[in-house]
Design a protein around this ligand. Structure first.
Ligand code: SME
Length: 151
């Protein structure tokens, strides 16, 4: 998607989510709504979902897309990199990322965005896959970081 179009789309999604999320304080409902809106509005998102730390294990939460790994091997792959490096990880080509966990063999690029609690502690990641190479950039990182703050 061209950068201008992408930015406009994210701005509209952010605004729409702010309105939708006024309806409940329930975290699961808010996360499910975020995933549904992103997955259906961003045509290059092939898998969109959350992994949260549960007893030290990254465990899948609400998602849309093909069936995914329920628990990710510890300290391996893109999602764990987001947790341990405490920053958004943009992967242009997953095949070149050491330890990448291929839940879906069609995945080619990926972004993992840390989710923090109110005290700033990392509790999970928003993970998005694309079947095309180089799908994610600084614009995705910036807006997805803003969107996870809405949880
Ligand atoms: N590729 C991820 C695993 C989760 S799936 O993409 C849904 C990783 O390497 O952590």
């Amino acid at each position: 998607m061209e950068p201008d179009k992408k930015e406009g789309r994210y701005l509209r999604i952010h605004q729409q989510l702010k309105e939708l999320l006024k309806k409940t304080a329930d975290r699961d409902a808010r996360m499910a709504t975020i995933v549904a809106v992103l997955h259906h509005k961003m045509d290059y998102f092939s898998w969109t979902g959350f992994y949260f730390l549960v007893n030290g294990e990254l465990t899948v939460k609400t998602y849309q897309g093909p069936v995914a790994c329920q628990v990710l091997e510890k300290n391996k792959g893109v999602c764990w990199a987001g947790i341990t490096q405490e920053k958004t990880i943009v992967v242009p080509d997953v095949h070149l990322f050491p330890g990448h966990i291929a839940c879906d063999t069609r995945s080619s690029s990926e972004i993992a965005v840390p989710v923090r609690d109110k005290k700033g502690k990392i509790i999970g990641v928003l993970d998005v896959d694309s079947t095309s190479l180089n799908s994610f950039d600084d614009v995705d990182a910036l807006y997805l970081e803003r969107i996870v703050e809405l949880i």
